[in-house]
Design a protein around this ligand. Structure first.
Ligand SMILES: C[S@@+](CC[C@H](N)C(=O)[O-])C[C@H]1O[C@@H](n2cnc3c(N)ncnc32)[C@H](O)[C@@H]1O
Length: 281
């Protein structure tokens, strides 16, 4: 069997001709759906991790897809570069940035052989990339190579986590599938399966250490369920009114978590939908 190295061809197929891929999960205004809310929380959390130690504000998103988190950085004045192996993903990202009047550099390329000189960026990050590699050592060492001294590496990893918060809400998604059979069938038709590891942070942390990163940390993230008739990539949104209701409810939960004094988006590893890894060169 061939080793999974990001499943770029499967992603390219999934990026094509699906309505879910034509909009950004970024918004300047208030989040209108649960995925916009999630990316807003990613952005707030990334800023907390960066703690204003950002050098020249040159950032690279590896495996950018449509570049939803990069849109936050671009809007905040960062010099953004977005790279993906899928030509379609880069096309989607360019369209989305143009529509939002955001500027960035776009490259079609392989994260196993990044087309940038050593030390080119102050921040290199990926959202939902590392878990698609059976061997992620080169993915991490390449990102570390293109970081400038003192630069920050952040990886947001979405492993297969059958025991995360999602399991308590599976019945809600089953219910949605039952009452929205057509939307549900349409959402999954033609989607190609991609490999997803079930590894938690320890092997990634080892790889980050081997790559020369320091001050390495990890934490669980996204302590909310994903509510939809199809949560498979790319995620399908519910009707507008349902999404707004969920945003309202989820903001309430996050507000209560924040009142306890820590970042409401972080949690125990294995509890949330994902985990974050970060470290400095
Ligand atoms: C789950 S998507 C994440 C997209 C985006 N980061 C987001 O936040 O929505 C993973 C992305 O990684 C890209 N990818 C897979 N293998 C890659 C590789 N070897 N080099 C660069 N990108 C790759 C895929 O094409 C896909 O767009």
């Amino acid at each position: 069997m061939t080793e999974h190295k990001g499943d770029g061809a499967a992603f390219d197929k999934n990026w094509k001709d699906r309505p879910e891929t034509s909009y950004l999960h970024w918004t300047r205004g208030e989040p209108e759906n649960q995925i916009q809310l999630a990316f807003r929380q990613h952005w707030l959390t990334f800023n907390e991790l960066l703690a204003n130690q950002v050098g020249e504000k040159r950032c690279l998103e590896v495996g950018c897809g449509r570049g939803s988190l990069s849109a936050y950085f671009a809007d905040d004045g960062w010099n953004c570069t977005l790279l993906d192996i899928s030509e379609t993903a880069i096309k989607r990202a360019k369209q989305a940035f143009e529509k939002a009047d955001l500027k960035a550099n776009f490259d079609i390329g392989d994260c196993l052989d990044l087309p940038y000189p050593d030390g080119s960026f102050d921040l290199v990050f990926s959202i939902g990339l590392l878990e698609h590699f059976e061997d992620f050592n080169l993915v991490i060492s390449e990102q570390t190579r293109v970081l400038d001294e003192g630069g920050m590496f952040i990886g947001y990893v979405v492993p297969h986590l059958p025991d995360c918060i999602q399991k308590d809400y599976e019945w809600v998604n089953q219910l949605l599938k039952a009452i929205m059979p057509e939307e549900s069938a349409q959402a999954i038709s033609g989607k190609t399966e991609v490999y997803r590891s079930d590894a938690l942070s320890p092997p990634y942390i080892k790889s980050m250490k081997d790559a020369g990163l320091k001050k390495i940390k990890a934490a669980g993230a996204y302590p909310l369920p994903m509510v939809s008739h199809s949560i498979d990539f790319p995620f399908s949104l519910l009707p507008e009114v349902a999404e707004r209701t969920l945003v309202h409810h989820f903001k309430d939960i996050l507000g209560k978590r924040a009142a306890e004094g820590s970042n409401p988006w972080l949690c125990e590893e294995g509890e949330g939908q994902a985990f974050l890894l970060w470290g400095r060169k």
